[in-house]
Design a binder for this molecule. Structure first.
Ligand code: PCA
Length: 223
């Protein structure tokens, strides 16, 4: 976990600004607390991304170019989900149910014209799942990051990391439930305390940095 060795590299950890009428985004509330932390000998650099198609990926790419991280983990809110979801895959489509924060609402538009239908993240998601659960935080593997800005960013991330300049950089994506304060305004919706999210992100990053070959444990779904 936290180490006293000199940092060996950087992890870019992103959260999102609020969207959809909410005043806060729990992803940024958690991620910001880890800015400057040392995890597994790596320094965490936390950055906030806009909830905007196009601009979000432009900013993400600028952060990658500036920081030259060894690993990138993007975190976002998935209101209505009850568990911390470690995403498996990003698909090449934008299909927005609501406008983004700049008023755009792309419908059935490829993220990268002619790009692959999908990219898998390349973090050890099963090892991360096991470690987060062992820390007492409820988690799952998710087979879809949706078709809104989060999937757009995840796809844009893995597309960027597929380019020659980024060989060896690993990337992944985690969705988190509402914060308890948000859930109060959405009766019946699950929530996860920010402290638990922070702890889960630490454990997930530590595990990802320490694991080169993923574990083989069931994390699939029938639907
Ligand atoms: N969640 C949205 C966009 C920003 C965020 O935190 C999503 O899941 O697409």
């Amino acid at each position: 976990m936290t180490s006293h060795r000199k940092p060996q590299g950087t992890v870019l950890l992103t959260g999102f600004e609020p969207f959809g009428g909410d005043q806060t985004n729990p992803s940024w509330e958690a991620v910001r607390q880890l800015d400057g932390a040392i995890v597994e000998g790596h320094r965490i650099a936390a950055r906030r991304l806009p909830v905007a198609f196009g601009e979000s990926v432009r900013e993400l790419r600028a952060h990658i170019d500036a920081l030259r991280p060894e690993m990138v983990l993007c975190v976002a809110q998935a209101g209505g989900r009850s568990l911390l979801s470690i995403e498996r895959v990003a698909i090449n489509i934008d299909d927005a149910r609501i406008v983004d924060n700049l008023g755009a609402q792309p419908i059935d538009i490829p993220i990268v014209e002619g790009g692959p239908a999908a990219y898998f993240g390349n973090l050890p998601i099963k090892a991360m799942l096991a470690a987060v659960r062992a820390a007492g935080i409820p988690a799952e593997i998710s087979q879809t990051a949706g078709t809104y800005v989060c999937n757009h960013v995840f796809y844009g991330l893995m597309h960027a990391l597929s380019e020659p300049g980024h060989v060896g950089v690993r990337g992944g994506f985690i969705h988190i439930p509402y914060s308890p304060a948000q859930a109060e305004r959405h009766p019946g919706a699950a929530s996860l305390a920010t402290d638990s999210v922070v702890q889960a992100l630490r454990v997930a990053m530590q595990t990802a940095l320490a694991t080169s070959v993923d574990r083989r444990i069931a994390g699939g779904a029938e639907h």
